[in-house]
Design a binder for this molecule. Structure first.
Ligand code: LLP
Length: 431
């Protein structure tokens, strides 16, 4: 729809504003979010999955303004902590459109969620069931719940973001029998309305195969539940995980194609198990916020390193790094990069874009070809940075975290201001 492109002078434009102007106004490093692009991706999911409930996964990137965009686009919101709930509510997201996740929700978080009237709590353990019942008893609430299950799917993605194989922390196991027991337990609870089954198999997934297996196993579980209780579960949530293109090697499917594949599998399995088609929901995070965001850095130093075989690699150090984007260090995630403030006819050379932190693994982009004349003061743009970069940022080396800036029709507004050293100093209350 809008997104990032270059103007006639070769400068990168985002949300109708030149990145050079944005960088001059807001400084670097910074994260710019194209509001129209973000909203268009919400609309794309809404339209590709008609009748489904779409929960934007706030963990990928959440500010009050972003919660408002999501609410205005008619989506719901997946939240995981007190902090995400507070931001979502402050942004005007109605509580009944919140789905509350997490494998270790505290009693305080559960009480808050129930008091606010969150739409549903996605139950992850038997301890949590007890905690929810206690909170309902004490506060006179009823809880709408889904049960998160482990489907045993080995999603083809990095181990740290795969979540449906047996040997990990999330959900109740189907094969171990806990999933059915948990569903029956919630069904009989005097405090709970059981809405259905939740499955999230992992993140940055391109194949529909894993989802297919998850659909079969969750609907089989729904069938077993029906056999055990005589009741059909009204809803199935398939979680998030839809991959985006960070580099040219990545090939995401269009949402309409995903939707068609899901619909077909669900119809097929419902028929096979003699079930009515349940209400359906998904929780895309990255696929909405990722491509809408671009990170911008300033080059501080450039050095050439001789490699074996006579080749050279140019190390380009920028003014951010693993504190604002841990993904390359944590998941070997790949990004592309572009010279953002000008075009260059210089020959492309093998570069490594690195941060300013005190460790060798502080690499933003392991291998990328950039013009040989990239120099101190140039701007480097890293597209596709909207998801899980700023939201996972840290203060490693006491570096203040960069701002998140919304851009729309050429105008920018600060959504999350740049952290300052004063902010950091204020936390340090020792003598
Ligand atoms: N639903 C649940 C229950 C989740 O746990 C997640 C992500 C999502 C939805 C959204 O997944 P998405 O559509 O964004 O892939 N920090 C990692 C990703 C962790 C994902 C955690 N859960 C990364 O940077 O790749």
């Amino acid at each position: 729809p809008t997104g990032t492109h270059r103007d006639e002078q070769g400068r990168i434009v985002v949300g109708g504003a030149r990145l050079t102007d944005l960088a001059a106004e807001h400084g670097t490093p910074a994260y710019f979010i194209d509001e129209a692009d973000f909203r268009a991706r919400c609309a794309d999911f809404r339209e590709a999955f008609p009748g489904w409930k779409i929960y934007y996964a706030g963990k990928s990137l959440l500010t009050r303004t972003i919660a408002r965009w999501v609410a205005e686009e008619g989506l719901s919101l997946d939240v995981t902590t007190m902090g995400e709930m507070r931001i979502a509510l402050a942004g005007g997201m109605p509580a009944e459109r919140l789905g509350f996740h997490g494998n270790n929700k505290s009693a305080e978080e559960i009480e808050f969620a129930l008091e606010q009237g969150v739409g549903r709590i996605i139950v992850d353990s038997f301890h949590e069931i007890e905690r929810i019942e206690a909170a309902c008893e004490a506060g006179g609430h009823r809880a709408k719940v889904m049960v998160r299950v482990t489907t045993g799917v080995e999603a083809h993605t990095h181990e740290y973001i795969a979540t449906a194989h047996e040997d990990q922390k999330f959900g109740l196991s189907i094969t171990g029998g806990q999933a059915l027991a948990g569903l029956v337990r919630c069904h009989h609870s005097p405090y709970m309305d059981l809405e259905g089954i939740h499955s999230h198999i992992g993140s940055q997934i391109f194949e529909t195969m894993g989802f297919e297996v998850a659909i079969r196993r969750t609907l089989k579980l729904a069938h077993q539940f029906k056999t055990a209780t005589g009741v059909e579960l009204p809803e199935l949530d398939l979680g998030g995980g839809f991959g985006i293109a960070y580099t040219e090697a990545d090939t995401p499917k269009p949402t309409t194609e995903l939707a068609a594949a899901f619909e077909e599998m669900i119809d097929h399995e419902c028929r096979a198990f003699g079930l009515r088609r349940p209400s359906l929901s998904i929780e895309p995070g990255r696929a909405i916020s990722g491509p809408a965001g671009v990170a911008i850095y300033t080059v501080g130093t450039v050095k050439a390193v001789e490699l074996e075989g006579g080749r050279t690699r140019t190390y380009i150090s920028v003014d951010g790094g693993m504190s604002d984007n841990i993904r390359p260090a944590l998941y070997a995630a790949e990004y592309s990069a572009a010279l953002a403030n000008r075009t260059s006819d210089a020959e492309p050379v093998l570069c490594r874009v690195v941060g300013k932190h005190c460790e060798g693994g502080d690499i933003l982009i392991r291998s990328v070809f950039l013009p040989a004349d990239v120099a101190v003061g140039d701007l480097i743009a890293v597209p596709g940075s909207g998801a899980y970069a700023r939201s996972m940022a840290s203060n490693y080396n006491q570096v203040p975290r960069p701002p998140v800036i919304g851009v729309r029709e050429g105008r920018s507004s600060v959504l999350l201001r740049r952290e300052t050293l004063d902010d950091l100093m204020r936390l340090d209350v020792g003598e």
